[in-house]
Design a protein. Structure first.
Length: 386
């Protein structure tokens, strides 16, 4: 069992479903529905303080009780420290998270800070580990480039890449690859796809997921490209997502893989690994993409998907991460996150698990054990270079 650290700074993420009014510091304040991040400290009895916050259901003493009585704690982040001034520095850091709006004066009556409470319209994805990991990003990507192939740099035809992306949705890579070979052997250009019979396309791409729907979409996409863009696939995200059936993931992948322009293609691997590193603390890939726009320098955007997908398939796997074989040991903060999780589970029962650990068993979340041996890299998802 981990040692019970008794001093530290913490950030509570509180979900408020209904707006409410409360008296705070002698004035009536309105708290709109949304997400709130509150920074506090306990220089003794840290675990007891957090446990108290988690069970608060009515106003008892502190201003934060008003918030907790009207909301639900969705996440807890901890910094173990005996320095009381770290509370203000942490609050200032939270204030830089995407979408942060300060609640003036809340929790800051005994310091010069503007606020220790920030409201967010959407769930924030900021991590207290981001600064540490950001300082190691150059070395992290150097190691990844040595280990894996950055196939986003390969030359590709934009239309072929777009078609391959559509085929790959909800379909395993080998099935996608075989379907693409059959399809591209018969149809290549937007003109040919626009004139094709959707039933014939469906025959060629079976058994990819939703093959009939995809066959119709491919014809629609080809016609839109001809009508709206003169037969050339657009490179801008807004134009790509305007095409039928094209979401942000597909648009970002086409922009980065086919045009070699900065774009963040966040799939489940990128989402999981960015959380494990400690660079973000998000619940969904869409939240990860939004936060990475500020947390990850643009110079790494194109490489992030191909390198992290291969790393996630072979090393940083969903339920069996091979940390003992990882070239990033000492560079990412996954070990520190597990230590914090072990402390929370041991001394603050009921604390929500870190988003990247919530699918682990309690033993997997806290033991740091790794499993399996590296059997060789899986090939990257194939996209037609035509």
């Amino acid at each position: 069992m981990p040692a019970n650290r008794t001093a530290g700074v913490y950030v509570l993420l509180v979900r408020v479903n209904r707006s409410f009014r409360a008296g705070i510091g002698g004035r009536e304040m309105t708290f709109e529905n949304g997400w709130y991040a509150y920074t506090g400290r306990a220089m003794a009895g840290l675990a007891a303080r957090l446990a108290r916050h988690l069970r608060t259901s009515q106003f008892r003493h502190w201003h934060v009780d008003r918030l907790l009585a009207n909301g639900t704690v969705a996440d807890v982040q901890v910094r173990f420290t005996t320095d009381p001034t770290e509370e203000c520095r942490t609050a200032a850091e939270v204030g830089t998270w995407t979408g942060a709006r300060p609640v003036p004066g809340f929790g800051a009556s005994d310091c010069a800070c503007r606020s220790h409470l920030f409201r967010f319209v959407r769930r924030p994805a900021g991590s207290l580990h981001a600064g540490t990991v950001a300082a190691s990003l150059a070395e992290i990507f150097r190691c990844l480039n040595q280990r894996w192939d950055n196939h986003a740099l390969h030359d590709r035809d934009p239309f072929g890449t777009l078609v391959s992306c559509i085929l790959s949705l909800r379909t395993q890579d080998p099935v996608t690859h075989a379907a693409g070979q059959r399809l591209f052997a018969e149809l290549r250009t937007p003109q040919e796809f626009a004139a094709a019979n959707p039933e014939r396309i469906a025959e060629l791409i079976f058994p990819v997921g939703m093959f009939r729907q995809k066959s119709r979409r491919l014809v629609e996409i080809a016609r839109r490209i001809l009508d709206d863009f003169g037969g050339r696939v657009p490179a801008e995200i807004d134009a790509l997502v305007a095409l039928p059936g094209v979401g942000r993931k597909t648009a970002n992948l086409v922009r980065s893989f086919a045009f070699h322009l900065p774009a963040l293609c966040v799939d489940t691997h990128v989402h999981r690994i960015a959380n494990r590193w400690g660079l973000v603390r998000s619940a969904t890939p869409d939240q990860t993409e939004c936060e990475l726009r500020s947390a990850l320098p643009e110079t790494y955007w194109i490489a992030a998907n191909p390198l992290l997908v291969q790393h996630g398939q072979n090393i940083c796997r969903p339920l069996g991460p091979r940390c003992g074989e990882c070239p990033l040991v000492g560079l990412c903060d996954f070990g520190a996150l597990r230590q914090e999780q072990a402390w929370l589970e041991a001394f603050v029962p009921g604390a929500p698990p870190h988003p990247s650990l919530k699918h682990f068993t309690p033993e997997q979340r806290t033991s740091g054990r790794v499993s399996g041996r590296l059997s060789g890299p899986k090939p990257p998802s194939p996209f037609s270079p035509r």
